[in-house]
Design a protein around this ligand. Structure first.
Ligand code: ARE
Length: 566
């Protein structure tokens, strides 16, 4: 046994409460070792010398490691445990003492792993609707123009032109309202809108007034109508909270430009000198962008200001959550307060961070519910570009799951592309078949989904700003068959096994395989991007397939089927 590979950390993502009376416990070991692993446990308030044993199951496997897990129903909240690890020759015990050949159970007070107590307030409560959420992400400036009576002197691009960094094409909220039928028809049940508040740019990530809708997009009345109509359709609305920075033209920052240290807002920013100076850029910003001065989010006053904004749009307009821009660069202290206040305002409002990297420290149940899952996007790109094999992809997807607690995994926002990335279809060389296979992978994988507007018609685009092309509505008709296929895939989301089931990810030769299962049923997905053509998999209950014929998977094909669990 490779002893160095064995890992367990108590009170972490390797031992945490799923419910008040249920724990998830994980142990890591070397993938090449054949091990028999059990959890030995006792309740501290019963007879603490009465130890029981229960087997753990191997559930995930990445490139080097196997992960063993158990979901454990507790009789009491005070819990002590050690692991018994057996290889072909010997038995070892893992406790706070480390890995040893024997374990002195009489000394467990000092040396066993502990779960001291589970408090209601510390539980990571999932947002139930996220388990079946299919988001549609809209960049409002480019989706649809619905208002032809507004002052449109700002528009500098014809709808059919390709966007440049400073293009304005005229999309607005009325346009979104008009097209809600199309969105609903796809099987979407949530919208994520990039920023809509007053700002000088087309993307509006530099806010001048957090309490007003940008007139280019409409007004509060339009927004109210949008929320009402969407809610009527069973579609929730999540807005973009740009709280890492504001616009340099925001009256708050302007006050600091004018009054310097005399401004009551001086300490809201990171300024190097007596006055903020836009010429010298003597203040911290988002990236190196002078027009986005960075807010000091550990300042209590700044926190109060931002939390009030977030609550306002929930309380006055009944929005269903926030996507948090550049959330990894904002203080944990703000996000902890933010969560408490947002959940008090609307218990099932969702909080989705924009963290491109491992965000475990934000996903413990006291800050975010979810993040934009760029790790998933990244591995999908590599796999569908042919840069990663089925085996490597499976290893990676397993690893990503093991980065987080189960609650977070079930709410991850999985997508193929966003307004910040090139369009997936363009990146993988234009294959619509591959996009459909990738979409089914995103639906069957654990978490919520997000579809970037235009995906349903195969809209192309390279990086920002090209990925933000206007929606070519005239092309809808000619894409009817493709849209139907996209709908069929999103439909899979409604299966109980996808909502609540466990997941297994593995590979077999060129096939990438995923299973979602509960006691009753198993829903499987197989994707083949390789050369193997004669592998029969699904012979009954096929839910959806592409290029799958004669019971075999050919190159660039996939199939989803369902059967009763054994
Ligand atoms: C504009 C131009 C760009 C130009 C840039 C700098 O379009 O071509 O490079 O200016 O001059 C918004 C707009 C952008 C705009 C930007 C600055 O949408 O069009 O760019 O403002 O004015 C990192 C951040 C992540 C961020 C991405 C873009 O961590 O938070 O970069 N995403 C959010 C939004 C953006 C938004 C902003 C932040 C700013 O979603 O739309 O940009 O509010 C690695 C790193 C990540 C990095 C990622 C991508 O993985 O680890 O940290 O993300 O690469 O670069």
């Amino acid at each position: 046994m490779n002893k160095a590979a064995i890992l367990h950390i108590s009170e972490s993502l390797m031992a945490y409460a799923i419910r008040l009376d249920e724990l998830n416990i994980r142990l890591r070991a070397d993938k090449n070792d054949k091990l028999d692993i059990s959890l030995l446990y006792t309740y501290k308030c019963d007879d603490p010398h009465l130890w029981q044993e229960v087997k753990m199951k191997k559930t995930f496997e990445d490139r080097y490691f196997s992960y063993y897990e158990i979901d454990f129903k507790l009789k009491d909240k005070r819990f002590a445990y050690v692991f018994k690890i057996q290889d072909e020759n010997e038995v070892y015990y893992l406790s706070e003492n480390g890995l040893e050949e024997t374990y002195d159970f009489d000394q467990f007070y000092f040396t066993s792993f502990h779960m001291p107590y589970i408090h209601e307030a510390d539980l990571f409560e999932p947002v139930e609707w996220m388990k079946e959420a299919v988001f549609y992400q809209i960049f409002p400036e480019r989706f649809r123009r619905g208002d032809f009576s507004k002052d449109d002197s700002y528009i500098n691009q014809a709808w059919e032109d390709l966007p440049k960094p400073n293009s304005f094409a005229g999309g607005d909220l009325k346009g979104i309202i008009e097209k809600l039928d199309h969105i609903k028809d796809l099987g979407v049940n949530a919208l994520y809108l990039t920023p809509i508040f007053i700002s000088p740019t087309n993307h509006k990530y530099d806010t001048i007034d957090y309490y007003e809708i940008d007139p280019q997009f409409g007004n509060k009345n339009d927004f109210k109508k949008l929320v009402e109509k969407a809610h009527g359709f069973g579609i929730r609305i999540v807005l973009d909270a740009v709280f890492n920075h504001m616009c340099h033209e925001n009256p708050i920052f302007k006050d600091v430009i004018e009054k310097g240290k005399e401004s009551r807002y001086y300490d809201w920013f990171y300024i190097n000198g007596d006055k903020a100076d836009v010429e010298k850029i003597n203040y911290e910003t988002f990236a190196h962008v002078y027009n986005m001065p960075k807010l000091k989010t550990s300042n209590r006053e700044v926190q109060d200001y931002l939390i009030k904004i977030a609550k306002y749009w929930i309380e006055e307009f009944d929005i269903d959550g926030w996507r948090l821009d550049v959330s990894d660069e904002v203080s944990h202290d703000l996000w902890k307060r933010f969560r408490k206040e947002i959940k008090a305002a609307k218990a099932d409002a969702v909080i989705i961070g924009e963290n491109w990297h491992n965000a475990e420290s934000f996903l413990r149940g006291d800050e975010f519910d979810s993040i934009m899952n760029y790790a998933f996007t990244n591995v999908c790109l590599a796999y569908f570009k042919g840069e990663k094999s089925a085996q490597e992809t499976s290893d990676y997807l397993n690893m990503v799951i093991m980065r987080n607690r189960d609650q977070a995994n079930r709410m991850m926002l999985n997508f193929l592309d966003t307004h910040d990335t090139p369009r997936f279809i363009t990146e993988i060389g234009g294959s619509r078949d591959k996009v459909l296979a990738a979409l089914s992978l995103s639906v069957v994988y654990m978490g919520a989904n997000s579809l970037f507007y235009g995906t349903e018609i195969g809209l192309e685009g390279k990086g920002d700003p090209d990925c933000r092309r206007t929606f070519p509505w005239q092309n809808l008709e000619e894409n009817k068959t493709y849209i139907e296929k996209v709908k069929e895939i999103l439909e899979i989301k409604k299966h109980q096994t996808i909502k609540d089931g466990d997941i297994k990810i593995y590979s077999h030769k060129d096939l990438l395989l995923l299973e979602r299962f509960d006691q009753e049923k198993t829903l499987s997905l197989a994707i083949n991007l390789g050369r193997q053509k004669d592998f029969a998999l699904a012979d009954e209950n096929i839910l959806i397939s592409n290029n799958y014929s004669n019971q075999s998977l050919g190159e660039s094909s996939f199939v989803v089927w369902e059967k009763y669990s054994k």
